[in-house]
Write a protein of this length. Structure first.
Length: 343
């Protein structure tokens, strides 16, 4: 099955607790996940004031001089938090992206057991020396993460599971928020803002400020995601593809060369680091498992380490190693399903 547009799903019944409309919304989300892997989510209830605070913080941060931004360079962090300069991140077979970013996640104190255990993706955030920055960013993070919890329960129901099927795996997950800036330069070379990829986590809730996102359908055509100020773009990630044995598919997407200044704010909703993700039994009875299982945090770290320059250097120097059975980049998603059986 292919698609030529991105479905719009109103999730008000989910966030408001309207039980009379819940089943219909769950069914819509399930269809979007099966047939497209993407949807535009409206009626989500995230306060526009929180969105405004986040956008203001991002604009002020990315307007700082380069040396001020590099004070919180992600390579200075022990748990992958901070500023990502242009060219730092490179996807499989692609040129460096034309973007800069600031990456953060659940802000754990330096004495938290997960951090003390050397978990490479959990611990404290690096915050820039910028007034009124971390508070609005954290407020937005908490609101959208709460929306993610609601959607996770809806996906469980769409799969025929109990609504709380995955709740036990969401306590202190490495669920990352990226603040991404795509600068507009009419004289720049025509390269993508971000190269084609799937997302590594369970699903993503993206808030963009301008057009530019494209999604690859089953015919190999790039389909535009129309910009809507009132919508989050929802897309399925690698872990839901594995959990559902390919019933839900992580669809590849990219940001083309931007035609105006653009910011985007994806929150990559994830489960706890040690969560074992194997195809659910109900989806392997007929054809057997199409995927080997992964540990959620190890999969995220392996993909991250293969795409960030500072981590690739550490891999080459033997300072860090990939987890056993780490997947190569770009090995999941609709295109990978077409080209060869997943393993």
């Amino acid at each position: 099955m292919t698609f030529t547009s991105i479905p719009i799903v109103d999730v008000h019944a989910l966030v408001s607790g309207d039980e009379t409309g819940r089943d219909a919304v769950v069914a819509e989300l399930g269809r979007a996940a099966r047939e497209v892997g993407f949807a535009q989510i409206v009626g989500h209830g995230v306060d526009p004031i929180l969105v405004g605070g986040l956008k203001d913080a991002a604009e002020r941060f990315f307007a700082l001089p380069d040396d001020a931004k590099m004070d919180v360079y992600i390579g200075n962090s022990t748990n992958h938090r901070g500023y990502v300069p242009p060219g730092e991140e490179v996807f499989a077979g692609a040129t460096p992206d034309h973007k800069e970013a600031f990456d953060l996640s659940i802000d754990l104190p330096s004495d938290h057991p997960e951090y003390l255990a050397g978990n490479p993706l959990l611990g404290p955030n690096q915050w820039p020396d910028l007034p009124d920055f971390d508070e609005p960013v954290n407020a937005y993070y908490e609101s959208v993460f709460a929306l993610g919890r609601v959607l996770l329960r809806a996906f469980a129901e769409a799969l025929g599971e109990a609504a709380d099927r995955f709740d036990r795996y969401v306590t202190t997950p490495p669920a990352q928020l990226r603040m991404i800036h795509y600068p507009y330069d009419p004289d720049a070379s025509d390269r993508p803002g971000i190269g084609a990829h799937t997302d590594y986590e369970v699903f993503t809730l993206l808030l963009p400020t301008a057009p530019g996102l494209e999604v690859l359908n089953a015919d190999g055509d790039w389909i535009d995601v129309p910009y809507r100020e009132d919508a989050f773009v929802l897309n399925i990630g690698d872990l839901l593809e594995i959990w559902t044995n390919g019933v839900f598919t992580a669809t590849s997407h990219r940001v083309r060369k931007v035609a105006e200044e653009r910011y985007s704010f994806p929150l990559f909703f994830n489960v706890d680091h040690d969560t074992r993700v194997d195809p659910l039994e109900r989806f392997v009875e007929a054809d057997g498992p199409r995927y080997g299982g992964v540990t959620a945090g190890e999969h995220l770290f392996a993909q991250t380490a293969q795409s960030f320059t500072y981590l690739r250097k550490r891999l080459a120097a033997g300072e860090i190693t990939l987890p056993d059975n780490a997947r190569p980049l770009y090995s999941l998603g609709r295109e990978a399903q077409r080209s060869a059986p997943a393993v």
